[in-house]
Design a protein around this ligand. Structure first.
Ligand SMILES: [Zn+2]
Length: 153
């Protein structure tokens, strides 16, 4: 775990970020570094459905995160998906909420090593993030979404 923590710090440093960036800073640095657009998209998730997903298009990456959940959980899902992208995982299937896996399968490990890696790195990334008090992750996510969509909410 200690070496994984170092790995997360190295990832942030590579992106030119301070040790505890905000999600907005991380978002901007990811786009600058990859020269790709990253869209964080909130969506309604039915019970039992995967909470998060990421998709890669020609010049754009998309992270889907659940609408009806706590801001902390939203951020955790985003960090998990972002970990996939930062680690260069090829999107293969929908991400599964680790809590659901534990509940359904009674274990915390995945057969898919990239899922396990994203779970570890994503969780550490989440812990590294600067969560400004009084400002929920959704509040920081929303403006960038509005901006990108070119519409008002
Ligand atoms: Zn995943």
């Amino acid at each position: 775990m200690r070496s994984q923590r170092r790995r997360v710090r190295a990832l942030l440093k590579e992106l030119g970020l301070p040790p505890h960036p905000t999600l907005a800073e991380l978002h901007a640095a990811y786009e600058a570094r990859t020269r790709r657009t990253l869209r964080l998209i909130e969506r309604d998730v039915a019970p039992g459905e995967p909470t998060g997903t990421y998709e890669q298009y020609l010049t754009q990456d998309r992270i889907y995160y659940p609408e009806h959940t706590s801001p902390a959980h939203q951020l955790l899902v985003i960090c998990h998906e972002l970990a996939h992208l930062l680690l260069g995982h090829i999107p293969r299937h929908h991400a599964i909420d680790p809590a659901v896996v534990r509940r359904v399968l009674g274990r915390s490990h995945y057969d898919d090593p990239t899922e396990h890696e994203a779970e570890t790195i994503g969780t550490l990334l989440y812990q590294q993030l600067n969560l400004a008090p009084d400002v929920g992750p959704a509040a920081r996510i929303a403006p960038s979404l509005v901006h990108r969509e070119g519409r008002h909410v």
